[in-house]
Design a protein around this ligand. Structure first.
Ligand SMILES: *Cc1c(COP(=O)(O)O)cnc(C)c1O
Length: 478
């Protein structure tokens, strides 16, 4: 592709994206296709001869778009949001344009140094403790996902608990990891990958109302494991659980970890960025006092398209001790001088994208003030939605909803629990099949509830109103 062709098609692509986002509201939120529909329209073999870029764009419209679930749609309320924004998309494009492979400082100094500065900025915006900043023994890095952050946190915890023995000898003792029943599944996956084993993941009970981890039960499980000769290695506390945004009491979990010398990782994938707003900073209570590592996803709620997980550690030596391997071909003076960070030692893969560009573009474009109003807007809409649900006697709110997720359900007063759950699931499918909105569900104490997660940058008051009217209208008349 010549420079002239690149300019022409580049403009077309930017226009295509702008048109897409301008008209997104006219599309059904959830893709309306059956399994295999998209693949059946694609050629079975790659082209032998070059094709014009216009042909790709034409097929994008004709074949790909019908199979897209529109995450940026203002009535996408499913899962957690996957924010995108103009500055993030442009930052992503610049990253692709530079085509940098940022594995070492020397392979592109700005890729490393901009990343260090931007994650320090984010730590400051969220008021995370000073020991997570790069000026001291700790520091932050951008990972591809919270799942990866949870894995590398566990690897660092194993490094600490074994005094470095795992790096050479592998797992020698029975290490145990503590999660709650609400912890994200990536933590069990991490335990499997790390060789800890799913059977050594202890599931701590939660408060039946708040769904937050019970620190008394945590202590009992740890004591029993110590008694049985295991080595309690990591506790994963969650700030904003995936099902209901429950907030584990880090301030009570922390002292237990400290007493037993256990690594405390805090997974705040979705909710953490809310701490940019001072009135929401309480979500991180206890983090400053006790957390050894912490992660949050700007790619969920902070206007930065996937992938962008910010991960911090208090002592980076424990992390790099677990992950640094130095083959001859990567040796260089800068690394050996000890004056630079090589982020390849902070993650599983060697290679890394220049992800800091998009986060930098986002923070500069919106400013701290813009980021705060983005978060506040969604929290405000969710609180208003919750007030409508609470005011309708046919529904109930099932968990606390301090952020932008509301879990609620139709009461189905005349139905037993199983039938009520089935009725809720049918209602959900009917709503989602309409294409008008997209919700997901969760199950707590055996009861199925609907989740409405507000977080698309384009979501306005009227979209939440439309969603509520659609939900009300889908209930059978009483
Ligand atoms: C979404 C989520 C994850 C996984 O996030 P990815 O970045 O998609 O891997 C992990 N933990 C929690 C609490 C989450 O909500």
């Amino acid at each position: 592709m010549s420079s002239a062709e690149f300019r022409a098609h580049g403009r077309q692509v930017v226009d295509w994206i702008a048109d897409y986002l301008e008209t997104i509201e006219t599309r059904p939120v959830r893709a309306q296709v059956a399994p295999g529909d998209i693949a059946a329209q694609l050629p079975g073999h790659p082209p032998e001869q070059p094709e014009p870029f216009a042909a790709v764009l034409a097929d994008l419209d004709r074949i790909v778009l019908p199979g897209i679930t529109h995450w940026q749609h203002p009535r996408h309320f499913a899962y957690f949001p996957a924010n995108s924004s103009g500055p993030a998309i442009l930052g992503e494009l610049l990253s692709a344009g530079l085509g940098v492979q940022g594995m070492l400082w020397i392979t592109s100094p700005a890729c490393t140094e901009l990343e260090t500065v931007v994650v320090d900025w984010l730590a400051e915006l969220m008021d995370l403790p000073a020991r997570f900043r790069s000026a001291g023994a700790g520091g932050g890095v951008i990972q591809d996902s919270a799942s990866s952050a949870n894995l590398v946190a566990l690897l660092a915890a194993l490094q600490r608990a074994s005094a470095g023995a795992v790096t050479a000898g592998g797992i020698q003792r029975r290490h145990t990891v503590y999660v709650s029943s609400q912890t994200h599944s990536s933590m069990e996956k991490a335990a499997r990958i790390a060789g800890v084993g799913a059977d050594n993941v202890r599931v701590v009970g939660v408060d039946p109302v708040t769904q937050a981890m019970d620190p008394t039960h945590l202590r009992r499980l740890i004591e029993a494991d110590v008694e049985a000769g295991a080595l309690p290695t990591m506790v994963c506390a969650t700030v904003g659980t995936t099902a209901t945004t429950a907030i584990d009491p880090v301030g009570e979990i922390g002292p237990v970890c400290r007493e037993f010398g256990i690594w405390l990782h805090v997974d705040a994938a979705y909710a953490g960025v809310a701490a940019i707003c001072s009135e929401l900073r309480w979500i991180n209570d206890g983090v400053a006092g006790y957390a050894d590592s912490y992660c949050t996803d700007p790619h969920k709620w902070l206007l930065t398209n996937f992938d962008c997980t910010a991960f911090w550690v208090a002592d980076r030596a424990e992390l790099t001790g677990a992950l640094s391997v130095l083959p001859e071909y990567l040796r260089n003076q800068a690394s050996e001088s000890g004056t630079v960070l090589d982020y390849r030692d902070w993650q599983v893969p060697l290679g890394r994208r220049f992800r800091a560009l998009k986060l930098w573009a986002v923070i500069r474009w919106y400013g701290a003030a813009g980021l705060r109003s983005h978060i506040r807007g969604h929290v405000g809409l969710a609180q208003e939605f919750a007030s409508w649900v609470a005011a309708d006697p046919r529904f109930e709110i099932v968990t606390p909803h301090p952020l932008s997720l509301v879990c609620f359900r139709p009461l189905w007063t005349e139905l037993p629990v199983d039938a009520a759950n089935q009725a809720t699931m049918s209602l959900l499918e009917e709503l989602n099949a309409s294409g008008e909105l997209f919700l997901t569900h969760c199950s707590m104490n055996g009861v199925v509830a609907l989740r409405l997660a507000i977080g698309a940058p384009s979501t306005e008051h009227r979209h939440v109103e439309q969603a509520w009217r659609a939900i009300q209208a889908a209930l059978p008349p009483t």
